[in-house]
Design a protein around this ligand. Structure first.
Ligand code: NAG
Length: 285
């Protein structure tokens, strides 16, 4: 007898497979099959199962044939619970790249990201696996957070400002450090998103692709609503006379219905309010 591992394993598998036990199995299967097919109930169940299988195949086929439709079971974003709610085409120009430079400047300079800064309760943060943040002055049970999408938009804005200053031969109002940080943040976002949409090319002079194709988008307005519901009453200094604002002063712009009581003698419980988005001194335009 071979003593190889192979044959030992096979012996193990065949163990108990004697004529006797094989006979027992056969009669068991026969009696099972008989009682199975004789039962009307079982036949109905068989029918229902068959219909179910046919439906499953049909549904799967339908699902696989419509890959560009937003899925009904699309997961909501984890914090503001946004989903894809609108469709937009890929386009060559929008007013933000208009030939009318006055209009272009107006649009870019008017991007306001103050609502990026929100106050979220520690309980809420806990439920969403967020770490605790520095204290919000008017409610010590809340931390200050910056919504990432607004941060990216802010970054794009200062890159635009820097380039338009360069173009016009004006002195740079934003530091290179800040601008390269912003470019890097946008680079990271692109890498992180890893957008796999194939945009069809055409034989045409303009460098553009994806014409007549559409993408599904979330609603920026809904994100803004979320930000407003959690307002941190934040406003950046925009005019030269506002540059003397302290950091706390930036949080004193509560809407009337916020319920926060703003005081002038607030004393911080910690090293106060670092890491806030800078920007937005428009001393010219
Ligand atoms: C350019 O845009 C500005 C600002 O919207 C507008 O007032 C002006 O009429 C536009 N100029 C032209 C030539 O369309």
């Amino acid at each position: 007898m071979s003593s190889s591992i192979d044959s030992i394993e096979h012996r193990g598998l065949l163990e108990g497979d004697s004529e006797e036990s094989r006979h027992d199995e056969k009669s068991l299967i026969r009696s099972f099959t008989r009682s199975y097919t004789n039962s009307r109930t079982q036949k109905v169940i068989l029918l229902i199962l068959s219909v179910s299988i046919v439906f499953n195949v049909l549904l799967t086929t339908l699902y696989l044939r419509t890959p560009s439709q937003p899925s009904q079971s699309e997961a909501l974003t984890p914090y503001a619970h946004l989903k894809h709610v609108r469709e937009e085409p890929y386009v060559i120009v929008t007013p933000y790249s208009s030939d009318n430079e006055t209009l272009q400047d107006q649009l870019w300079y008017n991007i306001n990201v103050d609502s990026a800064v929100v106050a979220l309760s520690d309980d809420w943060a806990d439920q969403h696996n967020l770490r605790k943040a520095q204290r919000f002055p008017w409610d010590q049970s809340k931390g200050i957070y910056i919504l990432h999408g607004f941060h990216n938009l802010h970054c794009l804005k200062i890159v635009y400002i820097s380039m338009s200053e360069y173009r016009r031969g004006l002195p740079q109002t934003r530091s290179w450090h800040h601008i390269s940080h912003c470019l890097d943040a946008l680079r990271r976002q692109i890498i992180c998103d890893a957008d796999d949409t194939p945009r069809a090319t055409d034989r045409r002079v303009e460098v553009v692709s994806g014409l007549h194709q559409h993408r599904q988008c979330r609603s920026w307005e809904q994100l803004e609503e979320f930000a407003k519901r959690h307002t941190a009453c934040y406003k950046r200094p925009e005019n030269p006379d506002e540059t003397s604002w302290s950091k706390v002063d930036r949080f004193k712009h509560c809407p009337p219905d916020s319920g926060y009581v703003v005081t002038d003698n607030y004393v911080s419980t910690e090293e106060l309010l670092e890491g806030l988005p800078e920007e937005s001194l428009q001393d010219h335009m």
